[in-house]
Write a protein that binds this ligand. Structure first.
Ligand code: NDP
Length: 488
């Protein structure tokens, strides 16, 4: 595997300029498939840098909001075109930086292109409604207007798609943006921002400030000139951001954890269900907020399902995501690796039966990375930690139930409510599931992961702050409404 010959230092992007952080400190981003490889260096910025970016974004918003939606859309179309041209390079950087397979990284980057185009088109769609006034001589209408400067705080698991699905709608509706990406995936984020730079966005409209979450992320949440914060990541950080933003009456949107159930009913196509459990639970090394982690199987097919699952999981090739036959890469970071190993130990200690994996691959090459083998626990009860907490790793928990009612009750016995799926051919079971499951994303005969950019995305319960992202739903968050009454 070729090591990058020149390790680049990536700068902040503020007011249309690439510049170092004022501390002149950098942090290194390493390849989780080989911790000896440095993918790049990023700025460890200060509040001073953040203030500069906020002032630039505030100033730029005055002109940006005056452009027509079509004009703003043209910048997004241009960014999409550039991202598409750089797709291979950006996808490879993503694989090197956070470990997902190249096929997944390419798919994600292509999705970033599609999201940019979708929101570019939004610039031509309606931004209000005509409302009949009780006064026949008056014209009354609502008009959607931008919020101002938006802070975008993103995680490392989708380092292209999430920054774009938050920034693109913010921009098209007339806001300006400061992106604070996860430190572990900040090189990939910087390469995405290069596309915005090359697209010629006016100075200050799109800004990138890298650095510690507790400094730059928290700084965005606290900053009086940042009108809204959109965040994806852990519940602990999300809830803190929510409190900080609420205290100064800023708008906020939090997309947080999931512990998503997949119900396998007696009447389902078992082979399809096995494939969905493996793909939904283990692709991206289980590091998707929508991944299938609780596998709730009806007793009539439990043993057959388990045998087939074990047969298939053995065929999974764990390895470097850059190799074409790799099915599952490493955990994205050392912290994540330690967290996953800790949860596996907890599962064992609390009495779940480890029936596959649980360890790390022991070859010399894979020993250099943060690899964990696909792991399956049987006899998991709902009280166990591995059934309640988001692991964010390649760990499946099998749980047995007699009826679909029991399955839904078990699925709902959790603080999270992001996504859920059922495998069955029975329409009445499907309708009951849709009615009774506590989840923002419901999938039938399909894995729990899988989000389409034109549809609302978000969770119930502790998984989100209850607003929705993507599709038309994004307009709700990134704009506010003026109601206008004109008497002739
Ligand atoms: P975090 O919630 O810590 O990080 C997400 C983003 O928030 C990063 O940009 C991070 O910056 C930033 N951040 C960190 N601390 C603060 C703060 N005090 N104020 C404002 N922003 C902050 O997630 P982790 O990366 O640490 O992952 C931990 C766990 O979170 C995972 O194991 C998983 O369970 C969950 N998670 C869920 C995701 C989802 O999609 N729902 C995505 C990622 C993680 P920095 O990187 O500099 O710390």
């Amino acid at each position: 595997m070729a090591i990058l010959s020149q390790t680049k230092t990536f700068l902040n992007y503020i007011n249309g300029n690439w510049q170092s952080g004022s501390s002149e400190d950098v942090s290194k981003s390493i390849n989780p498939a080989n911790k000896e490889e440095v993918v790049g260096y990023v700025q460890v910025s200060t509040r001073e840098d953040l203030n500069e970016a906020v002032q630039a974004a505030k100033q730029a918003q005055k002109g940006w909001k005056k452009l027509s939606g079509v004009e703003r859309g043209n910048y997004l179309f241009k960014a999409a075109e550039i991202l598409e041209k750089k797709l291979d390079d950006i996808a490879e950087t993503m694989t090197r930086e956070m470990g997902k397979t190249l096929a997944e990284a390419r798919g994600e980057t292509a999705r970033g292109v599609a999201i940019l185009r979708y929101y570019a088109g939004e610039g031509m769609r309606k931004m209000g409604d005509l409302i009949p006034s009780s006064d026949s001589g008056a014209l009354m209408f609502s008009k959607r207007v931008p919020l101002g400067v938006v802070g975008v705080i993103t995680p490392w698991n989708f380092p292209v798609a999430i920054p774009i699905w938050k920034s693109a709608p913010a921009l098209i509706y007339g806001n300006t943006v400061i992106l604070k990406p996860a430190t572990e995936a900040a090189v990939t984020a910087a390469k995405v921002i290069e596309c915005f730079h090359e697209a010629g966005f006016p100075q200050g409209v799109m800004n990138l400030v890298t650095g510690k979450g507790s400094v730059i992320g928290q700084g965005l949440a606290e900053h009086k000139d940042v009108e809204a914060i959109t965040f994806t990541g852990s519940n602990s950080v999300g809830n803190q951001i929510g409190k900080t933003a609420a205290a100064r009456n800023a708008k906020y949107q939090l997309e947080m954890g999931g512990k998503n159930p997949i119900i396998i009913a007696n009447d389902c196509d078992i082979d399809l269900a096995v494939d969905a459990v493996l793909s939904g639970g283990l692709k991206s090394t289980g590091q998707k907020c929508t991944c299938s982690s609780r596998v709730i199987v009806q007793s009539g097919i439990y043993n057959e399902f388990k045998v087939k699952l074990l047969d298939k999981v053995k065929t999974i090739k764990v390895g470097n995501g850059l190799e074409s036959d790799t099915w599952m890469g490493p955990c994205a970071t050392e912290d994540q690796y330690n967290t996953v190993r800790g949860y596996i130990q907890k599962g064992i200690d609390e009495g779940a039966e480890l029936i596959f994996g649980g360890d790390a691959p022991n070859t010399e090459e894979l020993g250099k990375g943060f690899y964990v083998n696909p792991t399956i626990f049987d006899h998991v009860s709902s009280k166990m930690t591995i059934a309640q907490e988001e692991i964010f790793g390649p760990v499946l928990a099998l749980m047995k139930v007699d009826t679909i009612k029991d399955a839904i009750n078990l699925a709902n016995d959790i603080e999270f409510g992001l996504s859920a799926s059922i495998f069955t051919k029975d329409i009445s079971q499907i309708l009951t599931f849709i009615d009774d499951i506590e989840a923002g994303l419901i999938r039938v005969n399909s894995e729990t992961a899988g989000v389409e950019l034109q549809a609302p995305f978000g969770g119930m319960k502790a998984s989100s702050s209850h607003s929705r992202e993507q599709g038309e739903a994004a307009k709700e968050f990134f704009t506010t409404t003026k109601t206008v009454f004109i008497k002739g």
